[in-house]
Design a protein around this ligand. Sequence first.
Ligand code: FHN
Length: 448
Amino acid sequence: SLAEANDTSWPYANETKEQRNQRMDWWRDARFGMFIHWGVYSVPAGIYKGHKVKGIGEWIMNRGKIPVAEYKEYAEGFNPVNYDPDKWVMLAKNAGIKYIVITSKHHDGFALYNSKVTDWDVVDATPYGKDLLKPLAEACKKHGIKLGFYYSQAQDWCHKGGAVMRVPAKAGWDNPDHEKIDKFTAEHSGHWDPAQLGSMDEYIKNIAAPQVREILTNYGDIAVLWWDTPVDMNKERADMLQPLISLQPGIITNNRLGGGYPGDLKTPEQHIPAKGLDYDWEACMTMNDTWGFKSYDHNWKSAKNLIRNLVDIASKGGNYLLNVGPTSKGEIPQESVERLKEIGKWMSVNSRSIYETTASPFAKLSWGRCTKKTYINGADLYLHIFDWPEDGKLILPGLKNKVQQAYLLENMKKLKAASVSDGVMVELPSEPLNEIDTVAVLKVKGEL
Ligand code: FHN
């Protein structure tokens, strides 16, 4: 709980509930964000020495056991000449997305911006030679999209001292045999030479902390800091980073810093919790099976799947952070563009049923999902109909409230709705307006 972190280094330790609500307000209203995983890994794009490396694209260095020096050579191929941040931001905006979270630095330690802390960044190590985050920050500001930075604070496979591998608990290394751990780490990461491993405390102090300071200082308003992930983090290390968030008053952080800090959000990954969570939460998910670009991952989810995920998540009170993995040329894959456009089409008609809504008052609905907006004397229930009832009768089980009005969101066409023995019944036309999700609105009186 927040109280647990009653500590001066947690800037929100003494925040009241009202202050917290105010701080979280825009984020809770937004419901929909874009995740961007972009870096040098988009150069090999899943292939090392002619072999397809198993796993997610941004992990190729680790999974492929690519030595640091060799991996760094890929930076020569990172030349995003087609990068057009205005286009990216407008693509997001037109899809109904309200905020963007981009990898300022992922586990490979490569910074997408001009870091003075290291040469392992886009300005010093690539032929492109320009900061990628500055123009993105400008485009976000221009188009009214909030910007967040992902930062891999613990794992860093290229800077000495960065954590390189999660030591498996089952290995029974509670009494660490350092020689064994170094060997294991060396074998399972890009660091082939255990002497390279270095001190993590030094790394946090000299690399991570000054870099976090840079990203929270040089890019205007930063709405979210997305830590990832707390490998080998302890309180001492977290305390070297946590106070830095005060550089951006009101910033929202996730729960992946470590050191016992709860952050503001829980972050289920690649799944939607069946009943939502009792804390602010954001499900981060991919469109295919990788975060970072992989040239041969064509396992794309359909637009229908993505739209229904957004609805499902909103109906459980969470946000959807949907990922794109741009190429080394600076292009968002066409498959992602097409899907975002489809989502945008649906959102242009139905976004009122997503933004500023809260979780469904129903435990389960056989035909779809429900989102809600509460007013002083009643509520709007948005009925997301996934499975159109054959007899045209939609039942809201157990709903006791008086119905004031019912209509289809897309065309405002009125619907008949009445209380029946087991709840409320809404009469629908014979065909859905949208096969993916047709939304009906039910205005009801009283509390829910
Ligand atoms: O290891 C990373 C992974 O590459 C990706 O960035 C995801 C996104 O949530 N986070 C980590 C795994 O939890």
